[in-house]
Write a new protein. Sequence first.
Length: 493
Amino acid sequence: MDNFIENSNSKGNNEISLVKYFNIIKNEKRFIIFLVIIGSLIGAGYSLIKKPVWKGNFKVVVKDNNKLSSSNKNLGSSLNLFTGLTSTVTKQTKLEILKSPSVLKPVYEFAKNDDQKLNLSFDNWVAKKLKIKYKFGTDIFIVEYQHSDKEHILSTLNQIKKRYKDYSVLNKKREISESIKFLKNKKKILSEKYEKSLLKFNKFSIENGLGNVDGFIKLTKINDSNNDSSKSNSAGQRYALQFATLERYEARFENLSSKLKPNSQTIIDLKKDIDNLKKALERPNEILLQFRELQSKANRNQKLLYDVITNLELTKLAAIKELVPWDIISPPTIEELRISPKRKQIVLTSFLASILLSSIIAIIKDKKKGIIFEKEDFERPLNLTFNDYLDYENLKLNTLILKKYLTNLTKGEGIAILNLKDDDIDSKKYKYFSEDFKSEFISLNKLEELENFQSVVLIANSGKFKSKNLYIINKYLNIYKNRIKASFFVKQN
């Protein structure tokens, strides 16, 4: 419950503060309107005299135009596998490259020479004058440049365009040169590796009597669909007769099995011969497996070497042919509408800023004056609560209100009216009381006269009293607090 009351009081105080500031602004409206008009005129004048800034742009396709022909795509893919030099570069990386000093520093120097007033570092020049962005889902980059001189814009954009074309060609040449260097080194490594694997393979074949008559094996193509790996190119002359005999025995066994009984001595002898021959060939099977493994390794090294040699020759051809730079799909042009000054926006901003600034000044000005307008600013320092409101001009209403709170007074009894008003009081101007009440106004410089009255009525006037005088009033009210019959607040008309 206590928290609820505190929150309610806090909310009420916030509302009172807002009302107070609103009333201050209302009271100072002429001053505020004057400053708003001046501020808006200054903003409008600034927008008229400010030098216009224009923007130009062109579009470039940041994409490699020097790819291999379709007939060489498979070979080119091997180059990617070996070197990694043509791997995909993200658009953000491309964007940073396009803005880098290695590409744009000469353009920056040109812009500084063309515009002697351009006093920006390279990074600030890129950040404030240049904007590069890419279209989502495409390889198109839009290059924008802004300046107050249209000729300077076109000249600078043409320099950027030239730099991009030169960079795309030089970068491709660098990639080709690095590829050639890499492939030459790879060729040397693979040549040694292939020679070692081939030597080991041939040595094994000779030792085990495999291969052709001269003891050397002819390597087959890896992608030959007619190659039967179970026969290993030629099974080897040393074991060819045994395998042929085994095949012949198995064929005869199949033939006789359908004619003779299983316990036939012929069948039993033939089966025994087959088992003995198979057992004798177990060691040759291990030799053939190793033979196939060495042959496969030699073939694989041979293919890798041939791929590198082929790609090396293709890359050398690419190095001597004319390279195609990035495509400029739209030439440098100036946009029709200027980008600044935006007059409507400047005037609107000036108008809103003037309202805010003049309101703040009005509040500060009011605080310096120290004039009290709100009844709460009386009640808190004087530690009282006003009984009601009085109307400055409505005598009948005031009489009814006074009778409500002064019923215990004898007719004709004198009432001291403590009117909180800084200037001299002219009682004829104030129609607070009818003749039914014998009253006398007490000014601030005659507060000691309160001693002569048993009944005191406190009247506070909005906008007529300074806060610095509340201290002395509070002192007297503490002395005569038992004589105060009622207190009223008079709003400013």
